[in-house]
Design a protein around this ligand. Structure first.
Ligand code: SF4
Length: 348
């Protein structure tokens, strides 16, 4: 076995809830169905995690806590209390949430007034009613109104959290899916209303509408596209890829609502779990044999031995950057380049 790199946990990803009514096109249908325990994180589990962090060396290395892993965190009615506790006990740690507007509205005022989050991420994938039908059960006009409300509250309470909008357009998803799996998305295959020829890319339209709401430090970008929902389209798995999380394992811990630790955020059904904090401490689990063996198999590309989801490692890969993206990233290394890129962005 090769030597294990020192663990220095910087990012804690908690799933306050792994329930979600979004039913998005790009979300795996089997998400979190293996969880026969708590689907909403109980106070006891949350306190156990936080107490461990406070009493261990993780306290000194931790930089961020994300509360919305693999589900809609706003379905946990303790969300405000948990966030208050994090702020009080770990004031230096950045708090991050991906907002699903379903259920978030009633908490927005407290979050904003008390500055409980530092970064809020929100997906607005379209503002077109027809495309919305194929993309998600979340009404994007409702998502847009929710964003407007958040912006108003931020102004009212002079809060300083940043808003980051991600847009995953239907057209882009279809193109990438077709290119990399040879087929259209699984959730659309039997949809008689779906006609790929009629779908256009609406990223610029979405961006134009959202940009005026955003302030300095906020952002709107296309979302990266992973095809974790499309594994059933893969006939012959291709295993000659590296696991893209290899360098992230020693800095990230993922914990589901029941207290299970798992390796990777693409593992939406906890197949890569290496134990539960109800049975062992976080420290014991991080240094457990099971976790070491899993990482070793991933390093050696022995994906078939692990099975699902790693046997579909080809779907975990980010798409290669376009020539345009490569040029922009090169330009951004210089101050003149940053100036030009920002100017062009403002004019789009
Ligand atoms: S190969 Fe496995 S561990 Fe690596 S990113 Fe994919 S699902 Fe996660």
């Amino acid at each position: 076995m090769s030597k294990q790199k020192k663990c220095e946990i910087k990012h804690l990803h908690l799933s306050f809830s792994d329930l979600c009514g979004g039913n998005c096109l790009y979300c795996p249908e089997v998400r979190a169905t293996s969880n026969k325990g708590d689907r909403i994180m109980r106070e006891e589990t949350f306190n156990r995690i936080l107490n461990y962090v406070l009493q261990s060396s993780i306290k000194d290395t931790l930089k961020t806590i994300t509360i919305s892993e693999n589900g809609n965190c706003f379905l946990n009615k303790n969300i405000i209390n948990y966030l208050r506790t994090i702020r009080q006990k770990l004031p230096e740690v950045k708090t991050i949430a991906y907002i699903n507007p379903q259920g978030s509205q009633r908490y927005q005022e407290d979050i904003t007034k008390e500055n409980l989050l530092d970064d809020i991420w929100v997906n607005i994938d379209t503002l077109d009613k027809e495309y919305n039908k194929f993309l998600s059960k979340i009404d994007y006009l409702f998502a847009f109104e929710s964003l407007e409300k958040l912006v108003d509250l931020r102004k009212k309470y002079q809060s300083n959290f940043k808003i980051h909008v991600l847009t995953l357009t239907l057209k882009k998803y279809l193109d990438i899916c077709k290119k990399r799996t040879g087929d259209y998305p699984l959730r659309l295959k039997n949809n008689s209303q779906f006609n790929p020829k009629l779908i256009k890319d609406d990223y610029r339209k979405v961006k134009r509408k959202i940009k005026p709401l955003l302030s300095k430090g906020d952002s709107i970008n296309r979302s990266f596209i992973y095809l974790w929902a499309e594994y059933q389209n893969i006939k012959t798995p291709r295993l000659n890829y590296n696991c893209p999380m290899l360098n992230a394992f020693d800095e990230n811990i993922f914990i589901n609502p029941d207290g299970k630790l798992y390796l990777c955020c693409y593992d939406s059904n906890y197949n890569l779990s290496y134990g539960n904090i109800k049975e062992k401490s976080i420290g014991e689990l991080i240094f457990s044999q099971k976790r070491k063996e899993l990482i070793e198999l991933l390093k050696n590309r022995e994906y078939l031995k692990i099975g699902f989801p790693c046997q579909y490692v080809q779907l975990c890969q980010r798409e290669k950057p376009t020539l345009r993206a490569k040029i922009i990233s090169r330009m951004k290394r210089y101050s003149w380049g940053k100036f030009v890129v920002n100017k062009l962005k403002r004019e789009i």
